[in-house]
Design a protein around this ligand. Structure first.
Ligand code: C2E
Ligand code: MG
Ligand code: MG
Length: 749
């Protein structure tokens, strides 16, 4: 507004000056010409001309004075008119208070209703100036003029406080006074918002602090903003840190993972990585970093960042459990579980890249005699020394493990030398014999070996290893034998094909039957479910256990037929019990690997449920870890498909395979079955107890229920109940039994 007024004034002023100059110049020229041509009149003419000029100057000066006077008063009022209806607080005033005009909005705040107000009082109220000892009102007003953002708080009669930030500009300097225009910015709402944001921020910070969650966010993936909890965790002095500085705090091995996270595309999923980060106490802590990339939209900026949670304690626990679970206590080398896990990785690697490895399994000859005669401690020393000998032969990518009492395994890379396993086994035997002379002079030490090739000699690592063990047992000599696996050995001994033929006949003759073993809820003592276990009942009444015929069926097309029978019969029987009025229970069935990896599994399960009218929640599928780990991505997808149906999923025999606790996160299971091997001696075996109770605790934290298999006595039951196990299954409650017998049990439990 100020600019508009000046712009209009300048041309008017200039035009007058130019016009006057032109008129005076023209008049002077005419008079000069007249005097030149009529010199006789020159004197009188000049006199008249000069008098006229003087007279005109006086008149023009008067007009100009009058013009200026009128213009100033018009300008003040003009400004007043212009600001009157504007929707922002404004006041135009002179520093001698002769003119003070507050616009309508400001008058409303000041609660002024009529036009006769005390001008100075209004100005002072607008700027909330009060008499103070430090500065006079005039001085305070001067401060306002010189301050670019002066704030005043206007308190209304109803107590509402309006906060206005003022910006004052000098509109016109005049002799007598100066005219100022003060424009207000009412930020009462913003202030309220700021306050509520501040309290929301405090609330957020307090919550994050209580939850011990640090937040780091970035808009440009170059700089992070750290929450106060992050600053506390990492000992940061500022709340900003560059991504590079943050990266330098991460332990070297985790940096690539972090780089990948920073580079990650926008996605709706929250990803998670575990990083070791240098923390406030100067040591590296383990953090779970859950992050997400969010692409920007029209109204929002893109963001990258996430939450840091200190998991050092859990990590240490996990490491301890992993150690307890995968390290052999006596020899400190990997145990059978570790070998099976690492071996399966090697097996997959060989399959994918066309490499091969050897596995040699060793058995210390007559170890039980040595143990009995030279004492338990000496026995352990021999085992440890044997492990040390094996470690000398471990080459890159291979490993040595103790697989059971006096059985060991050595996994070696194959470089096309078929004699390698025999030569290595011989060298081990020689070293072992030498050890006997050096350390255990009275004992003669020898060992036998069996070997097989990965992946050629089996369908999985476990298969290959079992074949090496099979070869070991097939060795003819009683001492220092070395025997390689041959598929023909197998056939001649167990006559698989014969068994296969009679199993096929048995299926057709309906000789397969389901037995049911009860599962008990440890807190109520009632039956909550049953596991369907298949039996082959021959016409003469002999019962063939699944351990004999299921592996044979798995190697032929017969398993498909068996599983279909189990699925349909299990659903039918459970529905039947429901119809008979027994309490609703969960029916668990077992699937073999080949069934589970069928593409139409979901359809088959759906059909069985539909045919029997059993609700999906009363059916549970038990899967073993090795089965799931065979192809983890497919397994997870398949498990999710089954879950979509509403069917429950349980992890069977937990603890016998790789059993990494991290799989509890990956696999969508709702029940974990602790393997019988942990339970058998839980009363005396502290390590088994520690592992079981830790696994139960961790499963609970992941909302996964637990059941213990193989409970045979009440001491085991009590220990598991105390450890927080939810359910139990075992001979204590009942062996697998035909349906009629189970019905009798329903009445007891
Ligand atoms: P699993 O699924 O782990 O079944 C539990 C096994 O532990 C059963 O052996 C059961 O009789 C046994 N068991 C339960 N409680 C105790 C106990 O307190 N003490 C002792 N010593 N043993 C106990 P079973 O019935 O011989 O089955 C062996 C395995 O055969 C099963 O292990 C499962 O992997 C497989 N199997 C059984 N039925 C089927 C089936 O229908 N389909 C498939 N694919 N596999 C089956
Ligand atoms: Mg089972
Ligand atoms: Mg089991």
């Amino acid at each position: 507004m100020y600019i508009v007024i000046i712009k209009e004034a300048v041309p008017i002023k200039n035009n007058n000056t130019i016009a006057s100059a032109i008129v005076i110049t023209a008049a002077t020229t005419i008079i000069a010409a007249y005097c030149f041509f009529f010199p006789e009149n020159a004197k009188t003419t000049l006199l008249i001309y000069i008098s006229t000029i003087i007279f005109m100057s006086v008149i023009l000066g008067l007009i100009s004075w009058l013009y200026k006077k009128t213009r100033t008063s018009v300008n003040d009022t003009d400004i007043a008119k212009i600001i009157e209806t504007l929707n922002t607080e404004m006041i135009v005033w002179t520093d001698d208070f002769s003119f003070v005009y507050a616009n309508k909005l400001l008058r409303q705040h000041l609660e002024i209703t009529d036009g006769n107000y005390d001008k100075k009082a209004v100005l002072l109220r607008a700027f909330a100036i009060k008499n103070s000892d430090n500065a006079s009102e005039d001085e305070q007003l001067k401060n306002i003029i010189h301050s670019s953002s002066y704030q005043s708080r206007i308190r209304k009669q109803n107590g509402v406080v309006i906060t206005i930030a003022w910006s004052t500009s000098n509109v016109k300097h005049r002799k007598k006074n100066t005219l100022y225009l003060s424009t207000g910015f009412n930020f009462t709402e913003i202030r309220k918002m700021k306050n509520s944001l501040a309290s929301a921020n405090d609330f957020f910070n307090a919550s994050m602090e209580l939850a011990e969650i640090g937040i780091i966010m970035s808009k440009d993936r170059k700089n992070f903003r750290a929450s106060s909890e992050t600053m506390k965790m990492l000992g940061l002095k500022k709340n900003s840190i560059t991504v590079n500085e943050f990266r330098n705090l991460i332990e070297r091995n985790g940096r690539i993972q972090f780089d990948n996270a920073v580079k990650s595309d926008d996605s709706s999923d929250i990803a998670s990585i575990n990083l070791q980060i240098l923390s406030a106490d100067g040591t590296y802590h383990w953090y779970s970093y859950r992050y997400k990339s969010i692409g920007g939209t029209e109204n929002t900026l893109p963001l990258f960042g996430g939450a840091l949670i200190d998991i050092t304690q859990n990590h240490e626990k996990d490491e301890l459990i992993e150690r307890l679970a995968y390290e052999d206590e006596v020899t400190k080398i990997p145990n059978r579980n570790k070998l099976l896990a690492a071996g399966q990785d090697i097996y997959n690697y060989c399959k994918n890249l066309d490499y091969s490895y050897w596995i040699i399994v060793f058995d210390v000859d007559r170890f039980h005699i040595i143990n009995d005669t030279s004492g338990y401690e000496n026995g352990n020393r021999i085992l440890s020394n044997f492990a040390d000998i094996l470690l000398k032969f471990v080459s890159r990518g291979g490993l040595a493990a103790r697989i059971s009492g006096d059985n060991f395994a050595l996994v070696l890379r194959d470089y096309g030398d078929d004699e390698l396993p025999i030569r290595t086994a011989r060298s081990v035997q020689e070293e072992f014999a030498k050890l006997a002379v050096d350390e255990f002079s009275s004992i003669s030490l020898s060992c036998s070996a069996g070997y097989s090739k990965i992946p050629q000699d089996g369908n999985s690592f476990r298969d290959v290893m079992e074949h090496a063990e099979f070869a070991l047992k097939s060795g003819t000599d009683t001492k220092n034998s070395i025997c390689g696996y041959e598929p023909s050995m197998h056939d001649s001994i167990i006559g698989t094909s014969e068994l296969e033929k009679s199993l096929a006949l048995a299926i057709d003759n309906n000789e397969l039957q389901l037995y049911y073993q009860p599962k008990i809820n440890l807190s109520t003592g009632r039956i909550m479910g049953v596991e369907a276990l298949i039996r082959w009942i021959k016409p003469d009444g002999t019962i063939v256990p699944p351990s004999v015929f299921v592996p044979v069926a798995e190697n032929s097309h017969l398993i498909g037929k068996i599983s279909e029978f189990v699925l349909n019969e299990g659903c039918r029987q459970n529905k039947m019990w429901q119809k008979m009025g027994y309490p609703n229970i969960v029916m668990s069935i077992n699937f073999a690997s080949s069934d589970f990896y069928q593409n139409d599994l979901k359809d088959k399960v759906f059909e069985a449920l539909a045919k029997s009218s059993l609700e999906p929640c009363w059916l549970e599928v038990e899967l073993t870890e090795s089965l799931a780990l065979h192809d983890i991505d497919f397994a997870v997808a398949q498990m999710n498909r089954l879950r979509e149906l509403g069917v429950k999923l349980a992890m069977d025999d937990f603890g016998t395979g790789y059993s990494s606790l991290s799989y509890l996160q990956t696999l969508p299971i709702s029940l974990l079955k602790l393997d019988r091997s942990f339970i058998t001696d839980i009363e005396h075996d502290n390590i088994a107890y520690e592992i079981v109770s830790a696994v139960i605790r961790i499963a609970k934290s992941k909302k996964i229920e637990t059941i213990a298999e193989g409970i045979e006595n009440t001491t085991q039951e009590e220990i598991l109940r105390m450890a927080g196990c939810d359910y139990a299954q075992g001979y204590l409650y009942g062996k697998p039994m035909p349906p009629e017998r189970l019905e009798e049990l329903f009445d007891m439990y």
